[in-house]
Design a protein around this ligand. Structure first.
Ligand SMILES: [Fe+2]
Ligand SMILES: [Fe+2]
Length: 246
């Protein structure tokens, strides 16, 4: 039995959104996903998909993408990404009812792997615009957007805390935390997300959203203040699910 994670499948079986334009790694990426997940993940395993599942703008435009995910081996747990327009945060229960026993949508709730609670939310990070000098050093940023980002971070923190509290109430004391956005932006060393991970003694924080060589180093990877951080963006892993825990 093992726990795996992979993010940003960006499927488009019903939407006209070829991903080839984003680089070689995206060529026929859905075939790579199918191949590698089937090679690596066993039926008794758990696979957390950390958001940006589908380019469809509403649920009916995502059915084939979700069916593709359903056909992958293992128990599938989905997190909300910034592109998942089909997933209204207030209607997560409805998705869980509809896909009961097939897919689990992680939002304001939690699920379990061994004696660990799997908690999570989309998260948020301020992504600029940043103003750079000639050497590429940040010398300023859009303050209005930064203020807006702070509000979104606060809202996501509320959702994440609900997820932790629900697990805590059921007696769980060990946690793995999932985010779609990286836990910190390029200006930060810590954030409310790293703080809550430390507060609850989280074992591992798993996130994705960062695409392309230049962005893979945007946030924390590896051990930091007692917490392990893992980036699992599909293109970072060449679409091979990463082992979080055995
Ligand atoms: Fe993405
Ligand atoms: Fe994203």
């Amino acid at each position: 039995m093992a726990l795996y994670a992979l993010g940003d499948l960006h499927l488009s079986f019903q939407a006209d959104k070829p991903m080839d334009a984003f680089g070689k790694v995206w060529k026929h990426h859905e075939q790579k996903i199918e191949k590698y997940v089937n090679q690596i993940v066993k039926p008794e395993d758990t696979l957390v998909l950390t958001g940006d599942h589908s380019w469809g703008r509403k649920l009916e435009e995502c059915r084939e993408d979700l069916a593709f995910i359903e056909r992958l081996p293992g128990r599938k747990i989905l997190l909300r990404g910034n592109h998942d327009m089909f997933w209204d945060a207030k209607k997560t229960n409805r998705l869980n009812e509809e896909y009961n026993g097939r897919l689990f949508f992680l939002q304001n709730n939690f699920t379990v792997y061994k004696d660990y609670a799997l908690v999570g939310t989309k998260g948020y990070t301020f992504e600029g615009p940043f103003y750079l000098d000639r050497r590429g050093r940040v010398i300023g940023w859009d303050e209005e957007r930064e203020a807006q980002a702070k509000k979104l971070v606060a809202r996501e923190m509320e959702r994440l805390r609900k997820s932790f509290q629900a697990a805590e109430k059921e007696g769980y004391r060990k946690y793995i935390m999932f985010l779609h956005y990286p836990p910190t932006n390029i200006l930060e060393e810590t954030s409310p997300f790293t703080e809550i991970a430390e507060e609850y003694g989280v074992d591992t924080v798993v996130y994705s959203h960062c695409h392309g060589e230049r962005r893979f180093g945007d946030s924390i990877r590896g051990m930091f203040r007692g917490v392990n951080y893992m980036l699992v963006s599909g293109d970072y892993l060449n679409f091979q699910p990463a082992l979080v825990m055995r």
